[in-house]
Design a protein around this ligand. Sequence first.
Ligand code: CP
Length: 315
Amino acid sequence: MTDMNYPHRHLLGIEGLSPLEISYLLDQSERFVEVSRGPDRKLSTLIGKTVVNLFFENSTRTRTSFELAGKRLGADVINMTVGTSSVAKGETLIDTAMTLNAMHIDVLVVRHADSGAAKLLSDKVNCAVINAGDGQHEHPTQALLDALTIRRRKGHLDGLSVAICGDVRHSRVARSNIHLLNVMGAQVRLIAPRTLLPAKAEALGVEVFHDMRKGLKDVDIVMMLRLQNERMTSNFIPSIREYFHFFGLDYDKLSAAKPDALIMHPGPMNRGVEIDSDLADDVERSVIREQVEMGVAVRMACLDVLTANLSKGAA
Ligand code: CP
């Protein structure tokens, strides 16, 4: 019998999860915030379990926090370095995952440049798969840690007005956050130049703005996104200078938001491009460091819930 609060074998995306399932993962994460802040951060919950981090794209926050999360729960954690693995000799993604699967691992955490990569692997392996970011599609643990940060600061998610600003077009973080915030009853606004919005953005259940001061008016949360140059196939902005002038968050533009509006950024930040450097470090407004802290707790909760489901035979 799987955990009916989250009756899934994998975490591939936020789309399709119910408010109860999301709330459950956030509630479980709260426990691990306390563990991580306490004097003894090592638990024995996952002793005997193996977690493999398989990252085909660069990462600082996600990879490190999954490693920390696994180790704090007592699991053995392997970080695969793709550059020195047999991927460099031409082994495919699926063959790589099947090879790891044959070693009886429990959780495969995968980041890949192709949308749908995590889902593809989940159909082939016996272990649980966690999507740590697939192309422009989803980054579910990022949305969960963002939600946990907001919920802890504001007490709730429903009814909040959240502006997601910048390169929405190439952002898996934006997509996961839009799904999560919509299903949890928040109102989402996207603020971006037309070139950096997905086609038919309004169909995502959001309001769209092309002017920061109009879009930020009276919002509770301001989420900034970096320009994801690694996914751009042509020029999407005239210049960095002009982009910062119109779409970079500074104190002047922020004054349109509520006085207690929180500033968030999934990282990595490009200071002076999408966000003013002083504002990013302003502890009265910015919760960017707190987001990183919540990342470890959320990933502990996901590993805990999924390994428990796996041992109960979740489909
Ligand atoms: N937010 C995020 O995914 O950061 P990393 O690329 O450093 O993991």
